[in-house]
Design a protein around this ligand. Structure first.
Ligand code: FAD
Length: 560
């Protein structure tokens, strides 16, 4: 079995290098020459033919050697394909020669040469894991574990795989020293310290994304074949299939790639993973796969409006940016439902959470926590969090968990020693001062109980993310997007559709060229595999629509 180090730093054979030559060019390197540096984007990929390239990172304040690539070895990690800013610097340490491929050429090469592609992609993924486990600190987030803003920033960084070090004001002495060094009062926290000591006081997630080098430049004059709105399983699947079939694809995502699936601690029923797989890992692989085929992903960007301008479909982001596409795929999924109880918003991010990712797991170590809900996502969270929490109280409106939770999860949950199930119960009040300290629940016999807890996790269902489509495409009574045969007849008996000479395709909305897939679609099965399947299927209808395209004329524009 090759070690992680062998997978991360393989040596290509002479024939593999020869196969790569048609996508690159050979050039000389001189000692001291910087081939790419921390913060660069769109940097090239280098195979060392002769000489050596040293890889250095500076996140700890002083230069730290990560690797030295010799003949047959190559530079790069996931950011070579993602377009994000480089985390490390590559410098020649000896005179020699390299085969240089641009990022675009590398994409074509890994696609055309599956054997080399597998070696390169596995190396890229493993290098990132090794970099993080070797003490790479990334950006620093300083704040109180009780602050909702600090939670918002950590959640964003975790879900977007931004390497970061968390420094807790409540327990880490380094926090005060660093704040003094930067002349920042504790009242201005959370603070993010980025490259070269630049800092941001309580930034928005967009500012944090920029600081971490996430954003992808958008050219408003570009006309994309397909704009995918939402990078959950449906959006990413569509991006993979569309980009691999030659379409120019831009994905716009509000928070983080992965959607709901990315927040799932373990997906056990996704085909091909008999041991289960963490949602974050599944979605990280999907993102790399989409980027490998050339799909671009821009985030954070919230789409607020859909319209048509001179026959072209146009989406408008919250910051006013307009992006033009021949087709749009709506893959905006659903949003977690909130509890109808006083003071909820006061504690969101400060004791009330909607996911059980790594960030929340750390918060509930050795604490008593409460999970509300009786569906599969609640079940998964109970299993995952019970490993860290002292006790997990489950508040379920139903008496029979089996009504909405899969049998295998019910059996597992009922056997965990530190899980206490409160059946037929609801949350009636939240208590705390700045951070949640206790909740009150009442059961169906009217008995009230007070539970001391710093963490309330809500998994009580979800509503569709379609507010940005209202007035533009037809929604069902619950706000989900109707497609195909479910589009009301009066919406199809219009000049717009007569001009198309057809009715909507199976996954097409009431607006020609605008498709919907996944949880957001009326009548869809709310599962990861079905979202992926619909995303993939949508692409064949998108091809058909592009082939038959006739420019759409005056049609409604969505509200907002
Ligand atoms: C905790 C949890 C555990 C789960 N476990 C399982 C499981 O084990 N097995 C299973 O099959 N299913 C599971 N599910 C359900 C599964 O994850 C969903 O069915 C699936 O993620 C739906 O995919 P989607 O792409 O349609 O939507 P989503 O995953 O909801 O993704 C939609 C994306 O669109 C983005 N977005 C929304 N509005 C906008 C906007 N205006 N502009 C830009 N972007 C926007 C969102 O930020 C999000 O990233 C779980 C769900 C949760 C919450």
């Amino acid at each position: 079995m090759p070690s992680e180090h062998d997978i991360a730093f393989p040596r290509l054979s002479r024939s593999q290098i020869d196969a790569l030559r048609r996508w690159g060019h050979v050039r000389a390197i001189a000692p001291g020459e910087v081939l790419f540096k921390e913060g660069d984007r769109g940097f090239s990929f280098y195979v060392v033919l002769e000489g050596a390239i040293e890889i250095v990172e500076q996140s700890r304040g002083t230069p730290h050697e990560v690797a030295v690539h010799g003949p047959g070895e190559f530079t790069g990690d996931v950011d070579t394909l993602s377009g994000r800013a480089a985390l490390v610097t590559g410098r020649a340490t000896a005179p020699g020669e390299v085969l240089e491929l641009t990022a675009a050429a590398l994409r074509q090469a890994v696609d055309a040469l599956p054997e080399v592609g597998e070696i390169v992609l596995k190396a890229f993924l493993t290098r990132r894991t090794l970099l993080l486990s070797d003490g790479f600190e990334g950006i620093k987030i300083i704040g109180s574990r009780f602050s909702p803003d600090a939670h918002r920033l950590r959640d964003f960084a975790t879900r977007n795989a931004i390497p970061f070090t968390w420094i807790d004001l409540e327990s880490d002495e380094q926090a005060e020293t660093l704040l003094r060094q930067f002349g920042v009062p504790a009242s201005a926290t959370p603070v993010v310290i980025g490259r070269e000591g630049r800092y941001l006081a309580n930034p928005t997630v967009a500012e944090l994304g920029r600081c971490a080098g996430l954003e992808v430049a958008i050219d408003p004059s570009e006309l994309h074949d397909l704009i995918v709105v939402g990078a959950g399983p449906a959006g990413l699947a569509a991006a993979v299939y569309a980009a691999s079939e030659g379409l120019d694809v831009l994905v716009v995502e509000r928070i983080a790639t992965g959607g709901q699936a990315g927040t799932s601690s373990r997906i056990e029923n996704y085909l091909g993973f008999p041991m289960g797989i963490s949602g974050a890992e599944l979605m990280r692989n999907a993102q790399l796969q989409a980027q490998k085929f050339g799909a671009r992903i821009t985030l954070p960007g919230t789409v607020q409006r859909l319209g048509i301008d001179a026959g072209v479909r146009v989406i408008t982001l919250a910051d006013g940016t307009k992006i033009r596409g021949k087709c749009i795929l709506v893959a905006t999924g659903v949003e977690y439902r909130r509890l109808d109880v006083a003071r909820l918003s006061e504690f969101e991010g400060a004791g009330v959470y909607y996911a059980a990712t790594e960030t929340e797991t750390k918060l509930c170590r050795n604490e008593d926590i409460v999970i509300v809900g009786a569906g599969n996502s609640a079940g998964q969270a109970i299993v995952a969090l019970s490993r860290y929490a002292r006790r997990v109280h489950v508040v379920a409106r139903t008496r029979d968990l089996g009504k909405s939770m899969s049998r295998y999860l019910v059996d597992r949950v009922e056997q965990i020693d530190n899980v206490v199930i409160h059946r037929g119960a609801v949350v009636t009040a939240l208590e705390g001062d700045g951070h949640l300290q206790a909740i009150r629940i009442r059961d169906d016999a009217g008995v009230e109980t007070r539970l001391n807890t710093p963490g309330l996790f809500l998994f009580i269902g979800a509503d569709p993310h379609t507010e940005w489509l209202s007035g533009c495409v037809q929604l069902d009574k619950k706000g989900f997007v109707t497609t195909g045969g479910a589009v009301p007849l009066e919406a199809v008996r219009t000049d717009l559709w007569r001009a198309q000479g057809r009715t909507p395709f199976f996954l097409e909305t009431s607006l020609p060229g605008v498709f919907a897939a996944g949880d957001v679609r009326s009548g869809s099965i709310k599962r990861c595999a079905s979202a992926v399947g619909e995303g993939a299927m949508a692409v064949s209808f998108i091809h058909a629509s592009l082939d038959a395209a006739s420019p759409a004329k005056d049609v409604p524009t969505s509200a907002k």
